[in-house]
Design a protein around this ligand. Structure first.
Ligand code: ADP
Ligand code: AMP
Length: 214
């Protein structure tokens, strides 16, 4: 099964993608996580990506597409994946189409997690991310067992630099300009599914399993 998660930054794509990956036994491929791992490891790619990410801008398509194509070549991605944060522009979606055409695959579902902008600000200001394993929490809606400490690996939780309110506004405007058009793009392909992302995270997941099947 090949799935794309669509939705504004902070809509809950990552939260749901992790649950989908576990339930349906497919890898969760998050371009944001891959960029953050590269930043942490101080790679060349990380250095390039950071300057865009810190400003709430998109990393250029060329860099992003080649990173995803490399990830697709890993054996676990052979039979499917859930893409989180990719594609984010029409040219990225077209590159994905070309790659799928060449390999004989197809996108089965593009799931749009719909959340209005007003709730996005609350979601992102309360998000806390583990500096080590990338697990995400929310101060109000998905709190860790111990404040400031990751349940999974025990490392420190931080507010991402790009989740600060001034950057969130920029990211939302980039989303509306460059990423939202993908909703129509996948609707035209007949694979778009809408879920109401304002519900509790388990209820959002129930909507998704109703689409994907048990
Ligand atoms: P995205 O991957 O779309 O940027 P995340 O999955 O990281 O978004 O979610 C953003 C924040 O909102 C996180 O702190 C997460 O714990 C929280 N969150 C996710 N889904 C819900 C939900 N349905 N209700 C309340 N909070 C949520
Ligand atoms: P995310 O973790 O998905 O919210 O992504 C964090 C940041 O990484 C984004 O604001 C972008 O700067 C960058 N990024 C992630 N995915 C992409 C993508 N597909 N195209 C361009 N930039 C991306």
């Amino acid at each position: 099964m090949r799935i794309i998660m669509l939705g504004a930054p902070g809509a809950g794509k990552g939260t749901q993608a992790k649950k989908i990956a576990e339930r349906y036994n497919i890898p969760h491929i998050s371009t944001g996580d891959i960029f953050r791992a590269n930043i942490k490891n101080e790679t060349e790619l990380g250095k390039k990506a950071k300057s865009y990410m810190d400003q709430g801008m998109l990393v250029p398509d060329e860099l992003t597409v080649s990173l995803v194509m490399d990830r697709f070549r890993e054996p676990d991605a052979k039979n499917g994946y859930v893409l989180d944060g990719f594609p984010r522009t029409i040219p990225q979606a077209e590159s994905l189409d070309t790659a799928l055409r060449e390999s004989g695959g197809q996108i089965d579902y593009a799931i749009n997690v719909d959340v209005p902008d007003a709730s996005i600000i609350t979601r992102m200001s309360g998000r806390r991310a583990c500096v080590n394993c990338g697990a995400t929490y929310h101060l109000q809606y998905a709190a860790p067992k111990k404040e400031g400490v990751c349940d999974h690996c025990g490392d420190t939780l931080i507010l991402r630099d790009d989740d600060k309110p001034e950057t969130v506004e920029k990211r939302l405007s980039v989303y509306h300009d460059q990423t939202q058009p993908l909703i129509d793009y996948y609707a035209q392909k007949g694979v778009l599914k809408e879920v109401d992302g304002t519900q509790d995270l388990e209820d959002v997941f129930r909507q998704i399993t109703a689409i994907l099947g048990e």
